[in-house]
Design a protein around this ligand. Sequence first.
Ligand SMILES: [Zn+2]
Ligand SMILES: [Zn+2]
Length: 461
Amino acid sequence: MSKEKKVSKPEKFQAPRGVHDILPEEHAYFTVIKKVVRHRARQAGFRRISTPVFELKNLFTRGVGEQTDIVEKELYTFATKKDGDEYALRPEGTAGIVRAYIQHGMNQLPQPVELYYIEPFFRHDRPQKGRYRQFHQFGFEVIGEPDPGIDAQIIQLAATIHEDLGIADKLKLQINTIGCPKCREKFSNQLRDYFIGKERSLCANCVRRLAENPLRILDCKNEDCRILAENAPKFENVICEDCKDHHQKVLELLDAVDIKYTENPQLVRGLDYYARTVFEFWNESDGAQNSVGGGGRYDGLVEQLGGTATAACGYAGGVERIIELMQDSRMLAPDKDQIDIFVAQLGFGAKKVALQILTELRGRGVHALGALGKASMKDQLGKADKFGVKYALILGEVEVREGKIILRDMASGVQEVIPIGKAVEKVIKKIGEKNLDRYDPSGELKKDTTVRPEEELLIRD
Ligand SMILES: [Zn+2]
Ligand SMILES: [Zn+2]
């Protein structure tokens, strides 16, 4: 007796909620952003660094701040089965880089050390447009120099990149100073004195903040808290002379290089490590204040993570948010993946010659496709059309025997018969030298020819 068996379909997987695939079309944007960042960073003397995707969890609780949203709510953490060590996927770039600076003794290098990165980060954030749980940031860190000239140069670097990417006119630079720990403590005490006794008008979060960190009440979105905050003591009346002077100089230097900014006393940023300068680039085009990137000074962080007291300043830009803004601004990323030519063939003899031609074309910088499968000539040319190629080379057994090949203009359908040996030159002429994708690693890679000590001994023998 045959029993009917229900064949259940295998489960169809989806990417986890809040994360996304970067498909080839979006990669065109990633590529151009990476290229711009790399160029501008190198021009300004930065060198690239990559730190691990995960670190000991404590690095972030100590570095980013225990009471920040990032650490409190958004950290992806895991413990290893064997030793139970607690790790976290990195939610931002600065803590890991400062850890590396200390670990590798970079304070022995000429200061400041200037580093840049383009990397993925992870936050268990509420998924929304342009915000992902795995997202990418590029950033710059200048470690070992307290001068306000650094703050201004980092801001200028970010602004230049926005200019390059065609989104500068959509962005407004917001800048503020949050002072040093000294003036912050004074301010914190004044705020506490002001809010104590007014707890009934504060939201539950702010009642807690009043005990832990009254500064964060100023950041609350709650209507009642905001009204109350309006009459709170002002930081500008508390700030120390040194911090005031630093801030003034940053603004003057920005003026000197013609960078427009809005002074925003409300700007604080959600990370504990900042001191003095904080800034963000806002896109206000759809009414809301969407930050595409920001940064500031973090003079206390190196010491906080176990190094010696070292001044530092940085910036991080959100790649996905910038891509979204580029697309909103109708900026088209260059498509570097176009196929220039399709080589169609019939018969195994033709396939051999086609493969030789493809190899030569590719070596010369032509994007060339073909010599696949057993499809009919009609199917192959149909495929060439779908890839949007301008030209096709067509080769059958007869052509191979006669040493000839057909070059077809796909748009007009006009064909010419040329000697096989001249095909590559002809194609390159048609495409144009300047459109070739030339990459010759042998021109970049050099062999180290210096004599090592152990080799010197051999030579002497
Ligand atoms: Zn101060
Ligand atoms: Zn509140």
